[in-house]
Write a protein that binds this ligand. Structure first.
Ligand code: GDP
Ligand code: IMO
Ligand code: MG
Length: 430
């Protein structure tokens, strides 16, 4: 198949960054295709930790091309700040190593402010967003009034673009009791950063088409997870983009026939940050154990992640909506030492057991998980690099997950470190 798309099969933070970093050794190009700097992808190489938000995880390896696709909402100031943080860690980013799609929509201060206003308002639904302005920026994109990356290369068009944008935002702000925005402030916000972005701007659809024709391997890096997808997730407690594998094509400009192997990154238990339903949540000592053993604190906001048992119903649904060919199962080591491990295998709703997550929020909240209980293992799996290093009981758990969700484990991760990864099947060779 050649190319690989990595997506989260739960509520994000499954370990996508680690797996993309590991796989990028075998790839030539790494492409982000949705989301923005709401993502927090952690890679650990020889004990050094790198936290990436807007940058594709390929930037850490020399000689790889990183691409920010059109489906991403791009905050130019966040880009410059992240580039500076990485430079301080010895990772240099240049127009030779990274390209940004000319047709990606921008995130501006007006979006961040609106995100914050909504999240702190006493009316409306608090989502528990990352506060990065992601939702408002996508709204403007779909509303056909966004300022785009290409506009930074043509500052003459900016006053007209800003006027169109503020014709929407200023009346909205007045209604929310906020001060109106002066167009000159937005113009300054954009012109002050334009020169740092323009060298990176590219016609990404063509670039990817050329690389594909040259036989290069393309790795797509999803952000968030399937249950945060705007269509398939726990709406309205979702992010504002499509996070599923199908978006890799639309969000990069490479056609769906070139997407290749779909790798679903899957945590051996479940976590969620922010508000919204979470049927297998363990708001008790089990959740506390998982949170402590798994260091479950948000990469972007530092918030404590909610923790619970593995939910096979959700992942089976993710296998279907993404067309997942194989799983990368992560954080198995976090379960080390538990006497028993539970797995959600269905939900009880109105006296019936169902095998899917209902679309309605009210039903999602009422759905009670049906569990199977497994015996745990005493030995450690942490740092295992061979299948034969795993305790028999841990292998049994992995095999059962495969069966329940209907997809094989292609990769297994046993610690945050890059090399603590077991390859079962090479997704690039499939
Ligand atoms: P992402 O958003 O999907 O890239 O995931 P995050 O980076 O937000 O969160 C995953 C966390 O788990 C990070 O701190 C990783 O370093 C860590 N991690 C990844 N894989 C493993 C693993 O197999 N075992 C353990 N213990 N930690 C892991
Ligand atoms: P990675 O790529 C986990 C969650 C937020 C909130 C909801 C909407 O690191 O897996 P947004 O700021 O996107 O409008 O917030 O989505 N969220 C994430 N949760 N991992 C992420 O990314 C997330 N990105 C957004 O917590 O509930
Ligand atoms: Mg994350």
């Amino acid at each position: 198949m050649g190319n690989v798309v990595v997506i989260g099969s739960q509520w994000g933070d499954e370990g996508k960054g680690k797996i993309v970093d590991w796989l990028s050794e075998r790839a030539d190009v790494v492409v982000r295709f949705q989301g923005g700097h709401n993502a927090g992808h952690t890679l650990v190489v020889d004990g050094v930790s790198y936290k990436l938000s807007l940058m594709p995880s390929g930037v850490v390896r020399q000689g790889k091309l990183s691409v920010i696709g059109n489906g991403v909402v791009f905050d130019p100031h966040a880009f410059v700040a992240e580039k500076g943080r990485l430079a301080a860690q010895g990772v240099e980013i240049s127009p030779q190593s990274l390209r940004i799609a000319d047709n990606a929509a921008l995130i501006l201060s007006v979006h961040r402010e609106l995100d914050a206003i909504r999240e702190t308002s006493s009316t409306g639904t608090k989502i528990g967003t990352t506060g990065r302005g992601i939702g408002p920026a996508y709204e403007d994109k779909v509303g056909r009034r966004a300022i785009r990356v290409m506009d930074l290369a043509n500052v003459d068009v900016l006053p007209e673009r800003i006027e169109r944008l503020l014709a929407h935002h200023n009346p909205l702000r007045r209604g929310l009791g906020q001060a109106e925005i002066d167009p000159a402030a937005i113009l300054e916000e954009l012109t002050s950063v334009a020169a740092e972005i323009t060298p990176y701007i590219d016609r990404v659809w063509r670039l990817l088409d050329e690389r594909r024709k040259a036989g290069e391997r393309i790795l797509f890096e999803g952000a968030q997870g399937t249950l945060l997808d705007i269509d398939h997730g726990t709406y309205p407690f979702v992010t504002s983009s499509n996070t599923v594998a199908g978006q890799a094509a639309a969000g990069s400009g490479l056609g769906p026939s070139s997407i290749g192997f779909v790798l679903g990154i899957t945590k051996a238990y479940t976590t969620r940050v922010g508000e919204g339903p979470f049927p297998t949540e363990q708001d008790n000592e089990v959740g506390q154990f998982l949170g402590e053993a798994g260091h479950e604190f948000g990469t972007v906001t530092g918030r404590k992640r909610r923790c619970g048992w593995f939910d096979a119903v959700l992942v089976r649904q993710a296998v279907a909506v993404n067309g997942i060919h194989g799983l990368a199962l992560t954080k198995l080591d976090v379960l080390d030492g538990l006497d028993e491990i539970k797995v959600g295998v269905g939900y009880r709703l109105d006296g019936k057991v169902i095998d899917y997550l209902p679309a309605s929020l009210a039903d999602q909240r009422r759905a009670e998980p049906v569990y199977e209980t497994f015996e745990g293992w005493r030995e450690t799996t942490r740092g295992a690099r061979r299948w034969s290093d795993l305790p028999a009981q841990a292998i049994k758990y992995v095999r059962h997950i495969e069966e329940l969700v209907g997809a094989p484990v292609t990769l297994l991760s046993t610690s945050p470190e890059r090399e603590d990864t077991i390859l079962v099947r090479d997704p690039f060779q499939d």
